[in-house]
Design a protein around this ligand. Structure first.
Ligand code: NAD
Length: 353
């Protein structure tokens, strides 16, 4: 067995149908009295319901969260928190809303209670991202890790099936790369494999019956595990490519992860055979890369970058950006092979045997 270092991240997780009802108690537990409730404009109704649930403990609602946390939005949210004298933030939504909470916490140290409604996993990580002048800067800071996370599957019953599937594959990507992380450890490996299994097993039912509570709970449980892996160990080529494609070409986050993952796994397969075995086992297939591709296809997700807005002439630039900085990856970064990977992802080809 290889040597490892394991440091647990402090987080309180409350999981189960109806647990949103415990929000006021959780805020009190943090010693807070005035919560600023954050959401996207689309989830304003949910944010208002949360504010109603909190009564006097709600300082107000800020509903302007958008993808990739533009600095202007972060400033407005920080100002609102200060003006309303909030002493904590409740982020109800996906990675964009939780990311906005992190931007507030980064500056003020305000504790965050995250109530995730997608499978992106941001709630379990100390990673933040803020976009300024078209450039997304990411970093790690213990202050942005949500102090409490309430996973209530009932809040995901209405997550549209298309977003559910791509968000689930986004979560699987965290676990898959965690399994070959340079700084991985056996605890994260267990979580990663179980996270992939739980999510993959839930998708068929979610597609057939989006409001199936048990399948939604399984998916959210898997998302928690996969998000924990993302928060604890370093990611590699796949996340670098998705960050490049999202940031430089404005491609949608979860769809990009869904499309690129099979190809990133095929690229790394020969250099990380044990990780591939565990991914394949969790998916119940013989081959990790093909298994992920087939899972996406079977559930109606996009499989080609050209179908989500990338242009053929962007591929060389994307390849250059992805190779600009060195970072750990099981297989060395080879320009020609990565360019071929991007071409395959662009065309939506099934990874070869
Ligand atoms: P998102 O938060 O942008 O949500 C997508 C859309 O779905 C939004 O309109 C949202 O309001 C809506 N939505 C969310 N939950 C819903 C529900 N239950 N019912 C109906 N509509 C719902 O998407 P995302 O994929 O969760 O997050 C993506 C962002 O999060 C990206 O900016 C990404 O970089 C970031 N992210 C960060 C981390 C991290 O560790 N820092 C991890 C994962 C993702």
């Amino acid at each position: 067995m290889k040597s490892f270092t394991y440091v647990a991240q402090p987080a309180r997780v409350v999981f189960g149908a109806g647990t949103l009802g415990q929000l006021a108690g959780e805020i009190e537990r943090l010693g807070a009295r005035r919560a600023l409730v954050l959401s996207t404009p689309e989830q304003r109704t949910s944010a208002e319901e949360v504010a109603q649930l909190l009564g006097a403990r709600a300082a107000g609602v800020f509903d302007r969260a958008v993808m990739h946390v533009p600095i202007e939005t972060a400033r407005q949210a920080r100002e609102a928190a200060a003006r309303l004298e909030a002493d904590c933030a409740v982020a109800i939504g996906g990675g964009s809303t939780i990311g906005l909470g992190k931007a507030i916490a980064l500056e003020s140290g305000l504790p965050i209670v995250a109530v995730p409604t997608t499978y992106a996993g941001s709630e379990m990580t100390p990673i933040y991202g803020i976009t300024e002048a078209g450039l997304k800067k990411t970093g790690r800071d213990a202050r942005v890790l949500p102090r409490t996370v309430i996973y209530d599957p009932e809040l995901t019953l209405g997550l549209p099936v298309g977003i559910s599937v791509t968000s689930a594959l986004n979560a699987i990507a965290h676990a898959a790369e965690g399994l070959y992380a340079k700084d991985g450890n056996p605890v994260m490996d267990l979580m990663a494999e179980e996270g992939i299994r739980a999510i993959a097993a839930s998708l068929g039912t979610i597609r057939a019956r989006p409001r199936d509570g048990e399948a939604r709970a399984q998916a959210l449980y898997g998302a928690w595990l996969c998000g924990t892996v993302l928060g604890n160990v370093g990611m590699a080529l796949h996340h670098k490519l998705c960050h490049t494609l999202g940031g430089s070409f404005n491609l949608p986050h979860a769809e990009t992860h869904t499309i690129v993952l099979p190809h990133a796994l095929a690229y790394n397969a020969s250099a990380a055979p044990q990780a591939m075995q565990r991914i394949a086992r969790a998916l119940g297939t013989g081959d990790a890369a093909q298994g992920v591709y087939d899972l996406a296809c079977a559930n109606g997700a996009p499989v080609a970058l050209r179908d989500i807005g990338l242009r053929a002439e962007d591929l060389d630039t994307a390849c250059d950006i992805a190779l600009r900085n060195q970072y750990p990856n099981p297989r060395p970064l080879e320009r020609e092979a990565i360019r071929a990977l991007l071409q395959d992802a662009f065309e939506g080809r099934r990874p070869g045997p």
